[in-house]
Write a protein that binds this ligand. Structure first.
Ligand code: KIV
Length: 261
């Protein structure tokens, strides 16, 4: 059964929401229905594009990957990330948000930013597109902020984040991603909101959790943030399998007669 935004919102305070990223149809089909939400995150620019940050992801790239994920996943709720530079003005934001709905079956779009984005979000919601907010550590701001900085470490940041979260809710955002926020502040925000919060590196009290799939499956080896729990030794498994294949080809053990016509 297809997961709806209503189903996700009704889990708040009742049952945790589970979410993971996916970038292609093959893995999306493996994750489908096992998790409530699949995010086509612009993190794909780093984990799959090999880039240093998310900033060079484009609308074309995000649309391509969103189409692929939607082809593989029919039940989970699918969110498409608006890439950096695609929602800087209201005109661009509406045009690009509509593009996701017109060209893909994604259920919602996600964009980064606090109170300053609330007008923009209201406009997109009024056009009939469901919006997920994203506050705290916002990877699209990492370059201008001089790195990936945990938020909510003092009273001022706590007040600012809470104000941001409430403004996004008032603007019509249907869920919020809380990234890299201290656990206490994420708990406070979660308690203040009627809409669900999905945490990443923001402690256990959020209404749900999301991880980048290649981090949690142990495929992305460049670095491992503290908040990532690795559920598979993916890179090792792949490399060991590949070594066996290479050895079999070299020794003439593959293909066998049964594997030949
Ligand atoms: O791009 C992404 O994968 C994200 C998650 C880290 C929430 O935005």
């Amino acid at each position: 059964m297809k997961t709806t935004i209503h189903a996700l919102q009704s889990k708040k305070g009742v049952e945790k929401i589970t979410a993971i990223t996916a970038y292609d149809a093959l893995f999306a089909s493996l994750f489908d229905a096992q998790v409530d939400v699949i995010l086509v995150g612009d993190s794909l620019n780093m984990s799959f594009g090999g880039k240093e940050d998310t900033l060079s992801a484009t609308m074309d790239v995000m649309i391509y990957h969103t189409k692929a994920v939607c082809a593989g996943a029919k039940e989970s709720f699918i969110i498409a990330d608006m890439p950096f530079g695609s929602y800087q003005t209201p005109k661009m934001a509406i045009k690009n948000a509509l593009k996701f709905y017109q060209q893909t079956p994604a259920d919602a779009i996600k964009l980064e930013g606090g109170k300053e984005r609330s007008k923009l979000i209201k406009m997109i919601v009024n056009e009939g597109v469901a919006v997920i907010g994203h506050i705290g550590l916002m990877p699209q701001f990492a370059r201008s902020e001089g790195g990936y900085k945990i938020k909510g470490r003092n009273e001022k940041e706590m007040l600012k984040l809470t104000e941001d979260a409430l403004a996004l809710q008032d603007a019509g955002a249907c869920m919020l991603v809380l990234e890299g926020i201290t656990a206490k502040v994420a708990q406070h925000i979660t308690q203040q909101l009627n809409i669900p919060t999905i945490g990443i590196g923001s402690g256990e009290k959020c209404d749900g959790q999301i991880l980048v799939w290649s981090d949690m499956m142990g495929f992305f080896q460049r670095f491992k943030p503290k908040f990532v729990r690795q559920y598979l030794d993916g890179a090792n498994l792949i490399q060991t399998a590949l070594q066996r294949y290479v050895a079999d080809v070299k020794s003439g053990n593959f293909p066998s007669l049964e594997e030949s016509y």
